[in-house]
Design a protein around this ligand. Sequence first.
Ligand SMILES: CC(C)(COP(=O)(O)OP(=O)(O)OC[C@H]1O[C@@H](n2cnc3c(N)ncnc32)[C@H](O)[C@@H]1OP(=O)(O)O)[C@@H](O)C(=O)NCCC(=O)NCCS
Length: 224
Amino acid sequence: MELRQRLAEHLPMFGLEVRTPRLLLRYPDDEDALALAELGAMGVHDPGTQPFSILWTSVPPPHQQRNTLAFLWDQRSTAQRDDWHLPLVTVVDGEVVGTQGVLASSWTVLRQVETGSWLGRAHQGRGLGTEMRAAALHLAFAGFGAVRATTGAWHDNGASLTVTRRLGYRPNGDRLAVREGEAVVMEGFVMDRADWEPHRRDDIELVGAEAVAALFGTERPPGS
Ligand SMILES: CC(C)(COP(=O)(O)OP(=O)(O)OC[C@H]1O[C@@H](n2cnc3c(N)ncnc32)[C@H](O)[C@@H]1OP(=O)(O)O)[C@@H](O)C(=O)NCCC(=O)NCCS
């Protein structure tokens, strides 16, 4: 039996896949983790811009790659019933091209997820960011029975804001936050289940989502 399958018997996230016509999201094994760490070190954004709150892309090699691996392994060991983070990798034609994270705190009470993502620079601007966020929302709402998804981006992150707005989120205010020592506007968005339903896709396939939902303390609700 393949290592991923053996791991999935104990840690169901290793059996999780979200398949769309254009891409696949899956839980990273060590090969995927290495591919993602190496992709990130090749560049995620113009060095003159800063799309992230945590300045992980400014860390020089080999530390950036180590940090990415440590982050992914940390999520593996700390995913708990109520507080979890699925740092899924985005795969196109067998190649890891980026990551789409889905995370939650106090999940069994709130049923609310947050998302975060990036693509290698060579893979940006071709619609993959929109497709992978749609895939993550499908996993959250249809697979896990989420009632709300939230997201945010700096006011000058045009690509991320465009993806968010086209998928049906509602603006729910902005706030000032520190970015590289300066006060910068972070725009916040929210999507309730009723906002997502009109955007619901019928061409996204979930594999193994029920076992992961059970791990997190929620069975997939009937009809979701
Ligand atoms: C954000 C990100 C994941 C989006 O993925 P993507 O594949 O580039 O996004 P898409 O191609 O699906 O859509 C982006 C849209 O934003 C538009 N866009 C790009 N730059 C823009 C700008 N400065 N202002 C307004 N719109 C912009 C694109 O034209 C595109 O719209 P279109 O399809 O109508 O042409 C990706 O760009 C990325 O990894 N960026 C760096 C990391 C990052 O910002 N992560 C998110 C942190 S909140």
